[in-house]
Design a protein around this ligand. Sequence first.
Ligand code: NAD
Length: 445
Amino acid sequence: MAIGMDKRMSKKPTKKATKTSRISGFHALDRLDRLDAVAAFSGLNNKTRNQFRNTGNLPEDLTGRLIENVIGTMNVPVGIATNMIVDGEEVLVPMATEESSVVAAVCNAARQCRNTGGITASTSGAHMIAQIQLVDVSDPQAARLKILERKSEISAICDEADPILIGLGGGFRDLEVRVLETQGGPMVITHLIVDTRDAMGANAVNTMAERLAPHIARWTNGTTYLRILSNLADRRLARARAVWKPSAIAVKGISGKKVRDGMMAAYHFAAADPWRATTHNKGIMNGISAVTLATGNDTRAIEAGAHAFAAISGQYSPLTRWEVDKDGNLVGTLEMPLALGIIGGATKAHPTARACLEIMGVETAEKLQRITAAVGLCQNFAALKALATVGVQKGHMALHAQNIALMAGAKGAEIDQIALKMTQKGSVRLDVAESELKLLRSKKI
Ligand code: NAD
């Protein structure tokens, strides 16, 4: 139902006596009618309601095609990481994030390894895993072999499900079957290994698993339940390495060698301690998730895969490794699953995601994986360096002070003035911002 503006404006949001979240037919309403319903439910004033009116750089008709029950969009800044050289190519990398210092950190790290050629990256291929769960089999070992015996039939069933993928050189690659002992008895778990080329591949492999499951049930006289990809994409690894010379990483008052040794100590801490490793990896994901989001990829899939991979040895560990080479240079490497696509999901549909790919000159998922891994490595370098020297707060402070000034109610030029006053005082706090703002405004009168 296309509903006219006048009609909508005349409808006053009325607060019902009994508040209920059971809103029948909510999904079928127009976006702005849904917004009215939410405004009525939550008692939003017009200013708050209007916060959702404009869908920014996402066309309104697309919002409802991406997800359900849309009322608006949530815009996040896109910044550009400069100075990056990836596999000999100069690249600018768009990063979508709400966190200050993340983009600047990558720029700094990338600048400091330009004199050694930047970052070298590679990938293990674009293989995704789909899992099919089989239960209720009294002879699971025999069932396992029955499935393995059908490999060529399975290959054909999978490939028939996605002729486009086959036409592009992708499709079924391999089969693995395990008997898994569980609390509910033995289960037979089939892994389909599928080359999904430039797609992340969730829908592609899920379709194959769903098509194949009834056959598996029939061949084994069992029952199949789950048929879905694994986000532990350990057949789709991205790798990055770079070298930083001590002379390039010195900071005011601290020699490059001392910085390097502090960074090594920070890495050794993370490698031995999961509490530290979690924050170490969070820093890496600051970069990885920002590129993932900017390109319309699935941040949750990437994050789940990253953390599962970090724990694959049984101890949650850093996704990067740091060493000192024979010349005393700091050498960083990163290896992690990166199931990124440039086709499918929002990657193709979202115009900003497409624009971000264009900025990077990305025409294959493989290149996107390499660039993203390079960003993750740089992000980790910058965090370790800051932590081993001046701490992270110094870098955070300028933008943080502006945020605090905004929270205190500063507007326009006042924001910078209040932020500066607080950093000069060495006291970036809301109460300080409020009193400085009061003082500033009293002087103006
Ligand atoms: P998709 O199904 O939208 O597109 C992939 C299809 O595009 C392929 O199957 C193929 O037929 C076609 N295609 C055209 N050109 C191609 C090329 N160059 N390379 C490869 N395929 C090409 O997308 P998808 O990647 O299968 O699924 C991604 C979406 O699935 C994401 O939105 C993700 O959020 C969502 N999803 C994720 C999970 C999960 O991670 N657990 C589960 C379900 C869905």
